[in-house]
Design a binder for this molecule. Structure first.
Ligand code: PLP
Length: 230
């Protein structure tokens, strides 16, 4: 089942790339494995996946210990400042930076461990009250503040679009993120690139790819529904 799901998602990404005239190599599928057991991750790994996304520090660290070392781990969940020390140097990318305060701690820990930390700024593009992330009009200011911190590199933007039944409803938001990235890039800020756009989940990743996503975060579409009651 996992292999079939994975192939289906990969095919849909390829088709979306074709429709948009994009090279499929520009898009990386992140298998969002939160709440799922190590055995399932191993199966997806054996099918060739090397990028996994988790939203809890403890769960991610536990899985790291029990899976191959060449996995790229993506922290996609809200990150508390006091937990940064547990993941620094271990993640490929932290997607969920939504405050200067958090960035400062990431920078501090990265200096301490003598590593460079790649991050994305999480933007709450639809301004939903229930979501983390900063507003569009605060983004440039925050990027400038973080850009001068040592051992931290801004690679782009991340967003969690609203939950919708028609993915077309989110196209405007993905387009908005892309435009914001272009606008920030045009400022030529030292130490900042806007090449990475993490957007699109099971319900809307094809539209996100059409609008320029370079990372899509798919959980349910690969692993099936999550069961939080256990
Ligand atoms: C859980 C999660 C996903 C995956 O959601 P699905 O709808 O299961 O694909 C993607 N991004 C973030 C930040 C998540 O927390």
């Amino acid at each position: 089942m996992l292999q079939r799901n994975l192939e289906e998602v990969q095919e849909k990404i390829q088709e979306a790339c074709k429709r948009a005239g994009r090279d499929p190599k520009e898009v990386t599928l992140i298998a969002v494995s939160k709440t799922k057991p190590v055995e399932m991750l191993q199966t997806v790994y054996d099918c060739g996946t090397r990028d996994f996304g988790e939203n809890k520090v403890q769960e991610m660290c536990g899985k790291m210990e029990n899976l191959p070392k060449d996995i790229n781990w993506h922290m996609i969940g809200h990150l508390q400042t006091n937990k940064v020390k547990y993941i620094i140097g271990k993640t490929k990318l932290i997607h969920s930076v939504d405050s200067v305060h958090l960035a400062k701690e990431i920078s501090k820990q990265a200096v301490k461990h003598n590593v460079s930390a790649d991050i994305l700024i999480e933007v709450n593009i639809a301004q939903e009250e229930t979501k983390f992330g900063i507003n569009v009009d605060e983004t440039l200011k925050m990027v400038k503040e973080i850009a001068v911190m040592p051992n931290i590199k801004i690679k782009g933007l991340m967003t969690i679009a609203p939950y919708v039944t028609n993915p077309e409803d989110n196209r405007q938001y993905f387009r908005g993120i892309k435009q914001l990235a272009v606008d920030i890039n045009n400022q030529n800020i030292d130490n900042v690139s806007m090449d990475t756009l993490s957007m699109g989940m099971t319900g809307d990743y094809e539209v996100a790819v059409e609008e320029g996503a370079t990372l899509v975060r798919v959980g349910t579409g690969i692993f099936g529904e999550r069961n939080y009651k256990k």
